[in-house]
Write a new protein. Structure first.
Length: 78
């Protein structure tokens, strides 16, 4: 498990309970995070992107992982 995966594990587990899979990787100083909706995903369970970005940056900071920013990709809205 990578440090990035470990830093976001709690968030990933929470989202999995709502039917989402979190994918994260690095692109230079940015962290790219994509959310994949499963067939039973709770459409109302994802927080607004600005809030999610702050939550991710906070989790990374607590884990000692520097990031200049977060690039988010949410599933298309139905």
């Amino acid at each position: 498990m990578t440090a990035l995966t470990e830093a976001l594990q709690t968030m990933s587990d929470t989202l999995a309970a709502d039917g989402y899979v979190l994918h994260a990787d690095r692109a230079g100083d940015l962290v790219r995070v994509a959310f994949e909706a499963g067939p039973e995903a709770c459409e109302d369970c994802l927080v607004p992107k600005a809030m999610m970005e702050r939550m991710i940056l906070d989790a990374l900071s607590r884990a000692g992982i520097p990031a200049a920013g977060v690039e988010l990709s949410y599933p298309p809205e139905a």
